[in-house]
Write a protein that binds this ligand. Sequence first.
Ligand SMILES: [Zn+2]
Length: 154
Amino acid sequence: MPPTPSMTAAVERLFAAAKAVFATAYAPYSNFPVGAAVLGEDGNVYVGCNVENASYPAGVCAEGGAISAMVAAGCLRIAAVAVVSGRPGDGSLGTPCGICRQRIREFASADTPIHVCGPEGLRRTLRLDELLPHAFDADSLNAGRAPELGRANG
Ligand SMILES: [Zn+2]
């Protein structure tokens, strides 16, 4: 088993929130529970767990739930993210899925830390731009928009 990196108090707080919500995940189909905690720039921690569905595509990711809670509370900037998945000591790296990397990017910066954890603690911290290099964002959209197509009725 690789050693568990030590955590700062701030990371410990985020990990504890993600681990608590990890226990409430609804994942009867994959048996892969996930808990996510987002530290908003307002100082509050927002959590989410994966919620699966018998109609598989209707399921939602833990990170998406946490981000929705943050936005619903009026906060639009992410300072850090912690995700908990896997079994204690299994060594897996349960990074956010591709769609969630994009969801996080909408409200975070290239250097926002993503703390990837197992139930026993922190496994690795990655920057968002390590998980999602050359990200597509609002600047990409604005730069590539064709102005003549944006006018109503020509
Ligand atoms: Zn996801």
